[in-house]
Design a protein around this ligand. Structure first.
Ligand SMILES: Cc1cc2nc3c(=O)[nH]c(=O)nc-3n(C[C@H](O)[C@H](O)[C@H](O)COP(=O)(O)OP(=O)(O)OC[C@H]3O[C@@H](n4cnc5c(N)ncnc54)[C@H](O)[C@@H]3O)c2cc1C
Length: 474
């Protein structure tokens, strides 16, 4: 086998063919070089803006492969990226010229219905998780697009349709198996490596490679009251004020998101609305159907909707409802703010921005959070932004590279215009790659403790391909 030139943390080096052959022999999975089987699949991620070429890809099949890969990285001082579901907008899951640790083949999900817990490998998607858990009428809060990876979502915090009822994804994490930067395998929980466990719950991929997650599950479904109410965008200024009132008064079971975009050709929308701006309320009630009917009544009584398709749906189906709008392969750039509350001035800025969307696939969504998430102390986990009531994301999405500058400029302009009304914090999982200066804001008062834990578990900052926390001592 040929020698391999590969990027280190500060330069490049050559790994001999002999070292590489021996390394391959220690794996259950495969180590792929450019052009070899599996290389393209491992390096291709959801956001087509990211087109990076690692020197070596390790397609792990278990913790043993991860340990081997991390040890190789340490011995050869390699730049490392860690990829799970490959959904992160920033694209840090892939590096140029370094070592890619690919976890996407590790997809097992094991449900224990008696203890209501799940054991999940890091390559599992939300669809994999929900499929297994719903076979037992169980769920844990995850996101709204079923092809997202459980691993990255969890490590950044994780919220979705059941967060107000059951908390963030991390609030339901019981333990994690982690390969740390020195190649050691540890279990992190409230009682084992508790600092590491604290940091993993929101601190992203900064602290090691998680090879297994253990979650608490809750009874839910198989049907939930859920669906969309679609309105003409001309009514948005009034309806968003009503949205504010309804979300203020909502029980924990009810989550309502406001999504603003040009209408996709959904079968239940009259053809004359396709391609025109609409305001969509997407709602899910995580509880009793009759109670849900009552709780969603004020929302459904608003204005004169173009369509109202709220009804009982299988939870697994509802979890995939937005998939067709969020397929991989498009160019994407996001800008996000947390809001403690939606002021009239914020609503005016949002309405103006949606009136000037730069491409047919762009959308602005305002996710409704709070409830159980807000009842956990801000310093109980690394996720500090417990008081956010809304998480807004300007989700800019287009196909043609020639539109990059226009689309990115629209997102940045909207972000700047809405900043004065926002809470100042941000969800790390919604930050694009050019926001490294915002990481401290994202963690607020928790940043200092995260930096100290980083120093203990990853003093060389081996795991730097992420929203990076610099290792610094107290
Ligand atoms: C269309 C879409 C919809 C989304 N909706 C939601 C939503 O509703 N709610 C929500 O909370 N989030 C949502 N997200 C954000 C999502 O949580 C993040 O993009 C998340 O990082 C995706 O995880 P992944 O495993 O797919 O990503 P990857 O890109 O594979 O990983 C992201 C980063 O996490 C780290 N990482 C991943 N796995 C491991 C591991 N096992 N060990 C150590 N580090 C690791 C790495 O640093 C990596 O760069 C959405 C994203 C997209 C693209």
């Amino acid at each position: 086998m040929m020698d391999l030139t590969i990027r280190t943390l500060d330069a490049t080096r050559t790994i001999t063919g002999e070292t590489l052959t021996a390394f391959r022999g220690r794996l259950r999975g495969v180590a792929a070089l450019p052009g070899e089987d599996g290389y393209e699949a491992a390096r291709t991620i959801w956001n087509a803006m990211i087109d990076r070429r690692p020197a070596l890809v390790v397609r792990c099949l278990g913790a043993a492969d991860v340990i081997e890969a991390v040890k190789l990285a340490r011995e050869e001082n390699l730049l490392v990226a860690v990829r799970a579901g490959g959904h992160n907008i920033a694209g840090a899951a892939v590096c140029d010229d370094g070592l890619l640790i690919d976890l996407s083949l590790m997809k097992s999900v094991r449900i224990d219905p008696a203890s209501r817990t799940a054991r999940v490998e890091p390559g599992a998607t939300l669809a994999d998780f929900d499929h297994e858990a719903q076979a037992f009428g169980l769920a844990t809060p995850l996101g709204i697009n079923s092809t997202t990876g459980v691993a990255g979502l969890t490590l950044g915090g994780g919220f979705g349709w059941t967060t107000r009822k059951f908390g963030l994804t991390i609030d339901n994490l019981l333990s994690a198996d982690v390969v740390t930067a020195n190649g050691a395998f540890v279990r992190a929980s409230e009682t084992e490596h508790p600092d590491l466990f604290w940091a993993l719950r929101g601190g992203g991929g900064n602290f090691g490679v998680v090879t297994s997650f253990e979650f608490r599950l809750h009874p839910l479904g198989p049907q939930v009251l859920s669906g969309l109410v679609v309105h003409p965008f001309e009514e948005a200024a009034t309806l968003l004020r009503e949205f504010r009132r309804i979300t203020d008064e909502a029980p924990d079971e009810l989550v309502v998101w406001a999504v603003m975009r040009k209408a996709p050709p959904l079968p239940f929308l009259p053809a004359e609305w396709h391609g025109r701006e609409v305001l969509i309320f997407a709602a899910c009630y995580a509880g009793d159907m009759a109670e849900g009917e009552k709780a969603t009544r004020p929302l459904r009584a608003l204005g004169k909707p173009i369509a109202d398709v709220i009804s009982p749906h299988p939870f697994v189906g509802w979890q995939t409802a937005f998939d067709p709008l969020l397929t991989p392969g498009a160019r994407n750039y996001w800008k996000s703010h947390d809001f403690a509350d939606l002021s009239d001035a914020a609503i005016d800025v949002i309405v103006r921005a949606v009136g000037a969307l730069p491409s047919p696939e762009c959308e602005v969504f305002i996710a409704h959070v709070g409830g159980a998430m807000a009842r956990v102390a801000p310093d109980a986990t690394a996720w500090a932004n417990r008081q956010a009531h809304f998480i807004m994301n300007a989700h800019t999405r287009w196909r043609d590279k020639s539109e990059d500058a226009t689309c990115v400029a629209w997102a940045r302009g909207f972000y700047e215009a809405s900043a004065p009304f926002a809470a100042g914090s941000v969800y790390v999982n919604f930050m694009p790659e050019d926001e490294s200066g915002r990481v401290e804001n994202a963690y607020g008062a928790n940043y200092r403790r995260l930096a100290e834990i980083k120093l203990r578990y990853d003093p060389d900052n081996r795991f730097r391909m992420n929203q990076n926390i610099q290792p610094t001592g107290g």
